[in-house]
Design a binder for this molecule. Structure first.
Ligand SMILES: Nc1nc2c(ncn2[C@@H]2O[C@H](COP(=O)(O)OP(=O)(O)OP(=O)(O)O)[C@@H](O)[C@H]2O)c(=O)[nH]1
Ligand SMILES: [Mg+2]
Ligand SMILES: [Zn+2]
Length: 359
């Protein structure tokens, strides 16, 4: 790679350029995070591939994990060309991101993939399909301005593919659904229509559903590490341990992610109303504008359930998602309060110290 035109193949555009201009001084270069390891990163840059560490300043100034570089991020790097290394000094603002709640006592955002345009949400056809989980992934994508595409994998291991496809179509609306067998390279060609030069696709889904195998098939079997299925019986095993961004032949980029055992929603809002447009539409007809669809009179949602036009199961999952979003919002507030407290404690301590010095 020699000039910025090449960086465009990796997703570089005016959006990032505008932010990078603030840093554009001698010795600093834009680069995209291709691989995220535990302690360092692999970057794509004008100088080729570089192994990079975070600068101390970036690390110590970060108040939460989501401020650190994630795969797909555009970063400001100081390349050490001779050694093919670099130091990352800043993360450019993200256009979009796919994140989840990080396990731990306090809710923390973990960015699974940054600057993603489309997400392939993969479920395996040799297991029972979990539509509630698919809905959560969809809501997560919509909330983050990422276009979701449902991919049903391992068609070769399923003998009622058509029935499962119809069942999925009945449960999931508003998004494309594809059936593939990566192992047999079946249904793969149709996925290429989502790839465009400089657009990024992330592959998301539980461990073992065949995300890496799907990417291998898209890359003509040249890249990802896949393990034997027998290993999956041993619970807790993830084959893909880091997140990785690769250029796809013919244009576009793809990000492999380690399987998520559970995804938790991050940020509520728009995604839910888009996913449950029918319910939102119905609530407009409720007598009270703040109707909670519980025991209020003139509730159009309850009426629709009674008359059979709204599946009560669907209403239940709407409720569940809504509660979950509320829960995370509350948890976030607690965290904000704690941080505020900590800040004031520091200020009072310092003030006290100063006073002591005076006397
Ligand atoms: N029969 C069949 N097996 C498949 C197919 N796709 C994947 N597999 C197998 O399923 C197992 C898991 O595949 P992976 O691609 O590693 O799954 P993954 O989703 O990347 O898993 P993690 O990296 O742990 O999140 C491997 O043994 C694959 O060979 C398929 O289309 N058909
Ligand atoms: Mg994998
Ligand atoms: Zn109502």
């Amino acid at each position: 790679m020699k000039n910025l035109k090449d960086l465009r193949l990796y997703g570089w555009n005016e959006f990032f350029e505008a932010y990078f201009n603030e840093y554009a001084s001698d010795g600093l270069a834009p680069a995209r995070v291709a691989v995220e390891h535990r302690n360092n990163y692999e970057l794509y840059s004008e100088y080729g591939e570089l192994i990079a560490e975070k600068s101390g300043k970036l690390f110590y100034n970060a108040t939460s994990a989501d401020e650190l570089p994630a795969v797909g991020d555009w970063v400001v790097a100081m390349p050490i060309q001779k050694e093919k290394k670099a130091v990352i000094s800043a993360v450019l603002p993200r256009r979009t991101k796919f994140s989840r709640k990080k396990a731990g006592p306090v809710t923390e955002e973990q960015v699974v993939a940054a600057n993603v345009d489309t997400a392939f949400i993969v479920s395996s056809l040799n297991q029972e399909l979990n539509f509630r989980r698919m809905e959560r992934y969809l809501a997560l994508a919509w909330d983050n301005d990422v276009k979701p595409v449902i991919v049903l994998s391992k068609a070769d291991l399923c003998d009622d593919v058509y029935a499962k496809l119809v069942e999925t179509q009945n449960n999931i609306t508003g998004t494309d659904i594809h059936v593939v067998s990566a192992l047999k390279n079946a249904g793969i060609d149709e996925l290429f229509k989502y790839f465009e030069s400089n657009k990024t696709i992330a592959v998301i889904g539980s461990s073992g559903v065949g995300k890496s195998t799907l990417i291998n098939s898209l890359l003509h079997w040249k890249k990802m590490k896949v393990s034997d299925i027998s290993l999956y019986k041993d619970k807790g095993r993830h084959t893909t341990t880091h997140r990785e961004l690769t250029l796809v032949p013919g244009g576009g980029l793809i990000i492999d992610t380690p399987g998520m055992r559970e995804i938790q929603l991050w940020e509520g809002g728009g995604g839910l109303s888009e996913l449950f447009e029918d319910i939102e539409q119905l609530s407009l007809e409720c007598k009270f504008s703040d109707c909670r669809h519980e025991s209020e009179p003139g509730c159009a949602v309850k009426e629709a359930i009674k008359s059979g036009t709204l599946d009560p199961k669907r209403f239940k999952s709407y409720r569940k998602l809504q509660n979950e979003i509320n829960y995370f919002e509350r948890k976030q507030n607690v965290r904000a309060q704690l941080e505020e407290k900590k800040k004031w404690k520091k200020i009072t301590n310092e003030a006290r110290k100063k006073r002591k010095e005076k006397f």
